[in-house]
Design a protein around this ligand. Structure first.
Ligand SMILES: [Zn+2]
Length: 83
């Protein structure tokens, strides 16, 4: 019997929820990251790849979130909203 890590889906012992502290931190940071729809709309419709990266970087720094996680969440929400 095993569980899957809630963040990366790796197999872990049944008494665990995450495979590592990093996954645990990432999971909760992902939940906390809040990206307003107008911001995502701007990224998707009006930014090229470089502008998008820069916007995400600025946004992440302003809120002290991890840039990679913000980018990941932005992609998820863009898929959900606009594709
Ligand atoms: Zn994990």
């Amino acid at each position: 019997m095993s569980n899957l890590c809630q963040y990366c889906s790796k197999k872990i012992p049944i008494n665990k929820v995450f495979c590592s502290n990093t996954c645990k931190e990432n999971y909760f940071q992902m939940l906390a990251i809040n990206l307003p729809k107008p911001f995502l709309k701007r990224l998707y419709f009006f930014c090229n790849k470089e502008q998008k990266q820069l916007e995400i970087k600025k946004f992440a720094q302003r809120h002290r979130w991890d840039e990679t996680l913000v980018a990941e969440k932005a992609e998820q929400l863009i898929r959900q909203y606009f594709l």
